[in-house]
Design a protein around this ligand. Structure first.
Ligand SMILES: [Zn+2]
Length: 57
């Protein structure tokens, strides 16, 4: 894997399977692109998502 990058942003990734793995347990979304990510560093303009750990009641 020579083309592995240190840190791709989800905003620029087109591989949907990779996006879904990186967006699992998302904590932020990108206000520009709308993608969700677990790591704020994965999007270009991260916005904190509402806490959903207590989902379901
Ligand atoms: Zn973005």
């Amino acid at each position: 894997m020579r083309h592995e990058r240190a840190h791709e942003k989800l905003c620029t990734i087109e591989d949907s399977s990779k996006i879904s793995s990186l967006s699992a347990n998302a904590t932020v979304s990108c206000s520009r692109c709308g993608v969700k990510a677990h790591d704020p560093a994965d999007v270009c303009d991260p916005v904190q998502l509402p806490e959903s750990s207590s989902f379901g009641d």
